[in-house]
Write a protein that binds this ligand. Structure first.
Ligand SMILES: C[S@@+](CC[C@H](N)C(=O)[O-])C[C@H]1O[C@@H](n2cnc3c(N)ncnc32)[C@H](O)[C@@H]1O
Length: 242
């Protein structure tokens, strides 16, 4: 998978050299190219922002550097890339979206700063290809870099070969619409907190049943909106019976 990132802070993406993603890069599973937007600003101060049309607080990213940077990335692309602009005004990023995006051969991320990017940049590339504005949650970051790193990590770990044991990707929160059950390791007792006896029983059916129950209960407590109507009913009935 090829990933291009356009940003005024290329240093943020040094984090992609670490851990599993760093290894995936070394093994050629993901091919990351980071571009400095300021290389496409040609005045003395390499200016990428200007005051908002119509007035108001803050600054807006100018369209010309974005146009030059993205045209350069598109000219190098063999497949038709999907351009993602992280934005709190976009559709919300989910595990389902991560799975969908992990199938793409080429993703381009355009990291906004200040009050965001001039709308005409989105309009231009949406008219010429595929563009999505994507939010990582209902809060405001200073820029798109951290949002891009979060999305790249969630997407790239689903690329075959990036995570050693593919089974570990299946039993995770959000994969089946539920939050994951609690996990334990050795020792069996730590500071008077014990591993639940069922996990030490060796009874695989009982362990699977306990984990499913814990998953549903945790989801009901923390994120009830994720449960189906049947699961909500089942979980309430079990709760009432206890
Ligand atoms: C300070 S924010 C601009 C917010 C914009 N004025 C608004 O209200 O929608 C600057 C940049 O940070 C990024 N950003 C901020 N919050 C984000 C979020 N929740 N998800 C994705 N990107 C975000 C976007 O790239 C955005 O262009």
């Amino acid at each position: 998978m090829r990933l291009d990132v356009v940003t005024i802070f290329p240093g943020y993406f040094d984090a992609l050299e670490l851990s599993l993603l760093g290894k995936a890069k070394q093994r050629g599973l993901i091919d990351v190219h980071v571009h400095d937007l300021r290389d496409h600003a040609h005045d003395k101060h390499r200016t990428v922002d200007d005051t908002p049309a119509g007035g108001g607080a803050g600054m807006v990213m100018k369209p010309e550097p974005w146009g030059e940077a993205l045209d350069g990335v598109l000219a190098e692309s063999e497949a038709e890339p999907l351009i993602i602009f992280p934005s709190p005004a976009g559709e919300v990023f989910t595990q389902r979206m991560a799975r969908e995006l992990a199938e793409e051969p080429h993703l381009v991320f355009g990291c906004g700063r200040y009050e965001g990017i001039d709308q005409r940049v989105f309009d231009e590339y949406a008219a010429r290809g595929r563009v999505r504005l994507v939010s990582i949650g209902d809060y405001i970051l200073n820029g798109g870099e951290v949002a891009t790193i979060a999305m790249v990590e969630a997407i790239a770990r689903l690329v075959p070969g990036v995570v050693g044991n593919p089974e570990s990707l299946v039993e995770e929160s959000h994969e089946d619409g539920l939050l994951e059950y609690p996990s334990y390791t050795k020792p069996a007792s730590w500071r008077s907190h014990d591993v639940p006896p069922v996990l030490l029983s060796g009874n695989h059916a009982a362990i699977a049943a306990w984990r499913e129950e814990q998953s549903i209960e945790r989801t009901r407590r923390v994120r009830p909106e994720l449960l189906s109507r049947e699961q909500r009913g089942e979980s309430r009935a079990r709760h009432a019976a206890e």
